[in-house]
Design a protein around this ligand. Structure first.
Ligand code: AMP
Length: 219
């Protein structure tokens, strides 16, 4: 007798890879809702700490404002503690972690993974996607100025939209450089572990979601 096939809900230890602006956050929200698993975004955790002016927030801000990565020891500790919580037992979706090989090695010692989804968007599209991005202060939904036609409230929850401090041209340029140097090598890292699946992020968000869900249903 073979091992019984686990239910989908037991195979949802997911990492979302992809450049800044590829749409990781948007897709992570959809996946988390559909499978009822926690969405863990290190960027969101840092922004919350910055808003609340915690010691971690003070450290994180100095790096985030420059487009650099927050130090590994701080980041890994946060993720390790979060993944130890009960709601992560049956699955989770990590958005924005790991961002370099050191973090990926650390994650191997923290948990198993079922799949790593790389949302691919051509590099030349990323600057415009990020500098035109507006985010809802209530639910975190992302928009682009080209589709807002001057509106500045969220279509989902009605709260105000804002532009992230690090979505300015100079910081975005650094974030993209950091991505190519430090994070992109993770594609090969996870390919070698037979965990990588690539989806086309250069299409309508709903079409990306359909592709993502298709990959997850086939696991
Ligand atoms: P994000 O919201 O994922 O775009 O992250 C915003 C910023 O938070 C990044 O540009 C980094 O400065 C910091 N950050 C988020 N995740 C990580 C991570 N895994 N390691 C180091 N820094 C991170």
């Amino acid at each position: 007798m073979g091992t019984p096939t686990p239910e989908i809900g037991e195979k949802m230890k997911i990492v979302l890879l992809g450049a800044p602006g590829a749409g990781k956050g948007t897709q992570a929200v959809k996946i988390a809702e559909k499978y009822n698993i926690p969405h863990i975004s290190t960027g969101d955790i840092f922004r919350k700490n910055i808003k609340e002016q915690t010691p971690i927030g003070v450290i994180a801000k100095s790096y985030i404002d420059k487009g650099n990565l927050v130090p590994d020891d701080v980041t890994i500790e946060i993720v390790k503690n979060r993944l130890a919580e009960d709601d992560c037992k049956k699955g989770f979706i990590l958005d924005g972690f790991p961002r370099n090989v050191y973090q990926a090695e650390a994650l191997l010692n923290i948990t198993e993974l079922n799949v790593v989804l790389d949302i691919h968007v051509p590099t030349e599209n990323l600057m415009a996607r990020l500098t035109g991005r507006r985010v809802c202060s209530g639910c975190g939904e992302s928009y682009h100025v080209t589709t807002l036609e001057g509106r500045n409230t969220c279509a989902r929850c009605g709260e105000n939209l804002y532009q992230r401090d690090d979505d300015n041209e100079q910081t975005v340029a650094e974030r993209l450089a950091v991505y190519h140097k430090q994070t992109e090598p993770l594609i090969e890292f996870y390919k070698a572990k037979a965990l990588l699946k690539t989806v086309n992020g250069d299409q309508d968000a709903d079409a990306v979601t359909a592709e993502v869900l298709n990959v997850l249903e086939r696991l």
